[in-house]
Design a protein around this ligand. Structure first.
Ligand code: NAD
Ligand code: ZN
Ligand code: ZN
Length: 340
């Protein structure tokens, strides 16, 4: 099969032949129809994070396709089902976190396109217990961005605990952010979108933001506070950039919650006095559990959330990465495997 492979961190992906894998007991084989390109794939290929994948590996965790083969003992999916192979590839199923629907933080979790080969290939091996079940009415292409960008922002918004009628500030209006705006609106929130790029902010308004603020402006924090009358009840930081984190904290209302989702390598300074004296919650959020996945997909199937998609062939992967790195992807690129 054709695959785009990370052979060395920080180097272009290598387009090459790779053996079609055979599903073992408890596994399934998925024939890829579409796979979104997430900024996380870029972090993976650069070896940006403390926990690193082992090259050679195939990135991609927004892969959608049809089940073409099932291993022994698989009962919950059948050949012909349309499924997604997400970042949360599998987990142990019995630790305290798995038992409480926090399988995303299971110590034995595996990650699609990271510790397991992912969707930048014509076939993907998956664990049927953790695949996303794509609802009827949602095409593979439309579903692809939902299984990472969608679920992550939907869960992240829930984690802000902002209530209908309250304000959320969404920092970073790219692949994740343009969906976050739509989920937040569908959940009854008022949205202040924040980005460094005026084109992204224009797009943010088109997809429903009530107000926009350019993060590069000197008074960006004050501008958000003015719009939201004292700071946003919830802040969701999707920007893959450290300055956005300190800034996002400053945009948080007293007793509000700032949820961190973007994953640039490094650390950011935390103004301890302000956080303590204003009773601010800072919370990390990592994709979502399987129930969050079903809910995030339902919003899309009902037409409440729609990813803006640019289709590209797998052979363009390195150009896509360069554009993503430079903020030149308007929303989400999805690799269309039906046209290769
Ligand atoms: P993207 O490149 O499509 O979008 C990033 C957006 O952030 C762009 O619009 C860019 O202009 C904007 N931006 C850059 N610097 C900014 C700043 N200082 N202030 C405000 N906006 C700024 O990326 P994406 O696919 O949306 O991914 C974003 C980040 O989220 C990545 O770091 C990715 O690894 C991470 N991520 C985390 C999870 C999770 O579970 N926590 C899941 C998926 C992705
Ligand atoms: Zn992702
Ligand atoms: Zn577990």
């Amino acid at each position: 099969m054709k695959a785009a492979v990370v052979e060395q961190f920080g180097k272009p992906l290598v387009l090459r032949e790779w053996d079609i894998p055979t599903p073992e007991s408890g596994q399934i084989l998925v024939k890829t129809e579409a796979c979104g390109v997430c900024h996380t794939d870029l972090h993976a290929a650069n070896g940006d994070w403390p926990l690193k994948p082992t090259p050679p590996f195939i990135p991609g965790h927004e892969g959608i396709g049809l089940v073409v083969e099932i291993g022994e003992g698989v009962t919950n999916v059948k050949v012909g089902d349309r499924v997604g192979v997400p970042w949360l590839y599998s987990a142990c199923g019995h630790c305290e976190f798995c038992l409480s629907a926090w399988e995303t933080v299971c110590a034995d979790a595996e990650f699609g396109g990271y510790t397991k080969n992912g969707g930048f290939a014509e076939y993907i091996i998956a664990d049927p217990k953790y695949v996303a079940h794509i609802p009827d009415g949602l095409s593979a292409i439309e579903a692809a961005p939902i299984i990472c960008a969608g679920i992550t922002t939907y869960k992240g918004i829930k984690e802000t605990t902002a209530k209908p009628g309250e304000w959320i500030a969404i920092s970073g209006c790219g692949g994740l952010g343009h969906l976050a705006i739509q989920y937040a609106k569908a959940m009854g929130l008022k949205v202040c979108a924040v980005d460094i790029d005026d084109g992204k902010l224009e797009h943010a308004t088109q997809v429903g933001a009530d107000a926009v603020v350019n993060a590069k402006a000197d008074d960006a924090i004050e501008a958000v506070k003015k719009v939201t009358n004292g700071g946003a009840h919830g802040v969701l930081i999707t920007a893959p950039s450290l300055p956005a984190f300190e800034q996002g904290l400053g945009m948080t209302r007293k007793h509000g919650t700032c949820v961190l989702v973007g994953l640039p390598p490094g650390e950011f300074p935390t103004p301890l006095f302000d956080v303590v004296a204003n009773c601010i919650t800072i919370r990390g959020s990592f994709v979502g559990n399987r129930k969050d996945m079903a809910e995030a997909l339902a919003f899309a199937a009902e037409g409440k959330v729609k990813a803006d998609i640019e289709l590209q062939p797998l052979s363009s992967i390195n150009e896509i990465f360069t554009r993503l790195e430079n903020g030149k992807v308007p929303a989400r690129v999805v690799i269309d495997f039906t046209k290769n």
